[in-house]
Structures are given as structure tokens and as C-alpha cells.
Design a protein around this ligand. Structure first.
Ligand code: SAM
Length: 286
């Protein structure tokens, strides 16, 4: 089948189906075969794999996934794309498409049913407006997950991969890095999409850890502290945590614990590693 990943073929399919591109769904279709190959090779898709694609669009990436993987399940919100996908994916017997909102879907149940217990590789050109809830939902949702290889807004990829002391480091970096090892594998310019997005893009691969790299007695409390620490980035950690209503710690307690950990009492959250946040949260148990 002729690749959809070139502008002429994508335009032909869209016109023949009289399809109107929906900005509200973050529809920017990939029209670059090299980029498609980069995504698939970063995801290391192989014949025995079960792949979940979020937002198949007109099926451009889905076709390649169907050729390389054992089984593909795709979740698309826009019902007007379903007849197009029926056509473009008709040569493949190993693809299931459902018309659902990924944020409302019970992903764990869907993955267990479709993958028959196999761990899933998620591969997608994500709708950028819901990148964080999709990625965190996948990481926290408890489905058997091997990796997530996704196109996202370039700045978001940088935040996911950032380490302490950098401007991009924040709650998202720590949340992602608790569950997975991130690696940005390609930067992708706007002209690789139809229509062109207003932002740069990047492909990031998140390889899920078997067990998190750090342990906190109360994971929920650690993340509450992380969120409070970056809520007011310019404040010292002692002030941010001391002011956060749910945490029930005083400014003085935080400052003292930081000193006991060998950190300056005036340190900001952006200087702490994930392991240090875990240690701080353990030391400040109520
Ligand atoms: N995979 C296609 C490609 O690369 O050309 C399309 C990618 S486009 C950036 C994002 C896709 O996600 C669109 O098809 C859009 O309709 C779909 N989408 C948006 N919000 C969604 C949601 N909540 N659940 C499932 N799919 C969604």
C-alpha cells in the first residue's frame, strides 16, 4: 500500500473523505516517512510486540505498526476518522480500532484484554493538548507497560528529561523519572506535519522501570511535596513546604531536616534529586 506518510497521499485521503481537520483534537498528521521510521525504530517494535497507539488519525503510523508488530490496538476520539481508518487499515488483520476518549478509557482493562496479558509498548504522535494526563495516566495506571515512545511538544520532552538545577526541571521531570528512563530521540520541525503546529516537536522514549529507582515510605506524600516545591519555584523549599496546607510541616522543620541531609536550609526545590525528595518526605512523616 502507498505510504500515507507523504503529503500527496494524506491530502488525497482527507479530500476524498471530505474530512475537516479538528484543531480542538490536536490533529497534526505526520507527512514525513523518515520521521515515521525514527518513531518506529526508537520504539524497537518487533513481531512479538503488542502496541497501543493513541490517536491513529488517518492511520499513517498505524499501518507501519501493523506491519512490524504482532498486534496493534488504537484509540481514536474523532468518530469522523473511523471510516477513514476502516479503509486505510483494511489490509491488516492484526489491528483493532476503538472510537473512545483515551482519558475516559479504562486503559489497564483494555490493555489486559487486547494484549492478553502481554506488556504493551505505547507508540503515538500524541494530541499535544493532553500530553501530561495521557503520559501520567499510562505511567500510574497499573497496566503492564514496557515503554512509551511518543511525539510531544519539544518543551515538554525537555521537561520530562531534565535533571536538577536546570530551568526545565520540575514536577513533571520527577514524576516521569520515578517511573521511567526518558530519552529524547529526535527533534521534529513543524513542516513534518499537516497542518503545521505552532510549536517544535520531539520524539521521546520512556522505558518503564521494573521497580522505581527510589523508595519513599509514602509515595503520595512525596509527590505532594514535589508539587508544592515547584508551585512557587522562586521560593525556598522550606517556605514552599511550610506554606503548603496539606503537608502539615513547619518551615523550621523543613529547614532543620534539610540541614541534617547536608543541604542548605535556604535551598530551592529545583536543586534536589528524586532520591533527596524521597529522603525528605520520609524524614518529614507526620
Ligand atoms: N497518528 C496520526 C499521525 O501521526 O498522523 C495523528 C496524530 S494527531 C497529532 C493526534 C490524534 O489524536 C488525532 O487523530 C486526534 O483526533 C486524536 N485524539 C485527540 N484527542 C484524543 C483523545 N482524547 N482520545 C483519543 N484520541 C484523541
Amino acid at each position: 500500500m502507498a505510504s500515507l506518510g507523504i503529503p500527496r497521499n494524506t491530502i488525497e485521503v482527507l479530500q476524498r473523505h471530505n474530512f475537516t481537520i479538528q484543531k480542538k483534537y490536536g490533529q497534526n498528521f505526520l507527512i514525513d516517512t523518515n520521521v515515521l521510521e525514527r518513531v518506529i525504530s526508537a520504539a524497537q517494535v518487533a513481531k512479538e510486540d503488542f502496541v497501543l497507539e493513541i490517536g491513529p488519525g488517518i492511520g499513517t503510523l498505524t499501518q507501519l505498526l501493523a506491519e512490524r508488530a504482532g498486534k496493534v490496538a488504537a484509540v481514536e476520539i474523532d468518530r469522523n476518522l473511523i471510516p477513514i481508518l476502516e479503509e486505510t487499515l483494511s489490509p491488516y488483520s492484526n489491528v483493532t480500532v476503538i472510537n473512545e476518549d483515551i482519558l475516559k478509557l479504562d486503559i489497564k482493562r483494555f490493555v489486559l484484554e487486547e494484549g492478553e496479558g502481554r506488556p504493551v509498548k505505547v507508540v503515538a504522535n500524541l494530541p499535544y493538548y493532553i500530553t501530561t494526563p495521557i503520559v501520567m495516566g499510562l505511567l500510574e495506571g497499573g497496566a503492564p507497560l514496557e515503554s512509551i515512545t511518543v511525539m510531544v511538544q519539544k518543551e515538554v520532552a525537555e521537561r520530562m528529561q531534565a535533571g536538577p538545577g536546570t530551568k526545565d526541571y520540575g514536577a513533571l521531570s520527577l514524576a516521569v523519572q520515578y517511573y521511567a528512563q526518558p530519552q529524547v530521540v529526535a527533534n521534529v520541525p513543524p513542516n513534518c506535519f499537516l497542518p503545521r503546529p505552532n510549536v517544535g516537536s520531539a520524539v521521546i522514549c520512556l522505558r518503564k522501570y521494573g521497580t522505581p529507582p527510589v523508595r519513599a515510605v509514602d509515595e503520595g506524600r512525596m509527590f505532594a511535596m514535589i508539587r508544592a516545591a515547584f508551585n512557587q519555584r522562586r521560593k525556598t523549599l522550606a517556605n514552599s513546604l511550610g506554606n503548603a496546607p496539606g503537608l502539615k510541616v513547619s518551615r523550621e522543620q523543613v529547614a532543620q531536616t534539610l540541614e541534617e541531609m547536608g543541604l542548605p536550609a535556604m535551598v530551592r526545590g529545583e536543586a534536589l534529586t528524586l532520591a533527596q525528595f524521597a529522603a525528605l518526605s520520609d524524614a518529614l512523616q507526620p
